[in-house]
Design a protein around this ligand. Structure first.
Ligand code: AMP
Ligand code: ZN
Length: 114
């Protein structure tokens, strides 16, 4: 996906403030944070959204959530809590069409979302 913003971040063609990286995942600071902690966790492979994920991706999706939990603990959010968000498609509010999960924390959040 040569014109995908997050693929370019994975490739190092666009800079990011990296939080965590392994063979399959990348986590980096959201450029426009919506909370004191706002980290994006993405698979290095391109999937448009969670809707594109299949059985073959279930371990990857699980690993993303475990990574989010570890990052939350590193940022001191284990006690206060945090939120992991995936926006899918237009109605879900997804603006970047490369699967990503938001880790948000450091303030109390409301529910339901707007
Ligand atoms: P979503 O609306 O769920 O698709 O989330 C996309 C997120 O990507 C937003 O929170 C943006 O602030 C964030 N974002 C867009 N461009 C960049 C970038 N270059 N580096 C880091 N985060 C970005
Ligand atoms: Zn991509």
């Amino acid at each position: 996906m040569s014109d995908c913003l997050f693929c370019k971040i994975v490739a190092g063609e666009i800079p990011s403030a990296k939080v965590f990286e392994d063979e399959e995942l990348l986590a980096f600071e959201d450029i426009s944070p919506a909370a004191p902690v706002h980290v994006l966790i993405i698979p290095k492979i391109h999937l448009d959204s969670i809707h594109e994920a299949g059985e073959e991706h279930k371990e990857l999706i699980g690993r993303i959530h475990l990574a989010a939990g570890r990052i939350a603990a590193e940022r001191g959010l284990a006690e206060g809590g945090y939120r992991i968000v995936n926006n899918c498609g237009a109605d879900g509010g997804q603006t970047v069409p490369h699967l990503h999960f938001h880790l948000l924390g450091g303030r109390a959040m409301t529910w339901p979302p707007g």
